[in-house]
Write a protein that binds this ligand. Sequence first.
Ligand code: NAP
Length: 241
Amino acid sequence: MNNKIALVTGATKGIGRQIVQQLGERGYTVLVGSRDLARGQATVKELVAEGIDAAVVQLEVTDERSIRAAAEEIERTSGRLDVLVNNAAIIAEGDTAAAEIGLDVLRRGYETNVVGLVATTQAMLPLLRKADGARIVNLSTELSSLTLVGDPAERASTVRMLGYNSSKVAVNMVTVMLANELRGTGILVNAADPGKCATEMGGLDTPRTPAQGAAVAVRLATLPADGPTGELHNEAGRLPW
Ligand SMILES: NC(=O)c1ccc[n+]([C@@H]2O[C@H](COP(=O)([O-])OP(=O)(O)OC[C@H]3O[C@@H](n4cnc5c(N)ncnc54)[C@H](OP(=O)(O)O)[C@@H]3O)[C@@H](O)[C@H]2O)c1
């Protein structure tokens, strides 16, 4: 297989769907990560109809067996992975202010957004190491920026979702630590803030499209060898932690 191979988690809707679209249009072979096989297959059908090389990978990021099976399948079919986009995430129902959030709500958000992301990345790392200069992109948000949330003049300071926001702070730390650990290997690891987009998570009445949100993740997934690593970017450039 000569194309570069990219796996995107949670790729059947929202921003993830647009990331596979845009990487596919750039000639990548896209592996559509979906916890529901039938929905993944439907997405692959749409992509293939547009001439994109795509295949489905069943992937539930909170299930270690599913993750292991996905890695084994990619090993068998492709032998390596050039791009991993950790896109799958949730805002757990009941997520709210730090003074009030239920501990079960906090745990649920972390299980998908942090533990699931680390588990997926660890399982895919041997495949990413086999590629020539792999890229890892973790979907984050401006709501993870302590600088922005700490500034009362910023919109980010008004969003009361301790579970989601703090899980993405952890995603940022995973990004920086992994970038440090992988320095010199050719693998670049960055976090992407897509901006508030019209998805089920972002609210479907939001003016910004998921395609616009996907663009920054695609840019970080296709960075040249001398590109940044261990940074958080939105479409305008680097964001403060
Ligand atoms: N939309 C925004 O405004 C916004 C802003 C900043 C950052 N982000 C980030 O961008 C990323 C995509 O968000 P989105 O707005 O596109 O969200 P979305 O429309 O809710 O889509 C989330 C995707 O993740 C999948 N997913 C959730 N839990 C999963 C699990 N345990 N295992 C596997 N897949 C799982 C979902 O699959 P199912 O369809 O099976 O549920 C879905 O495909 C997220 O990381 C989010 O935090 C979004």
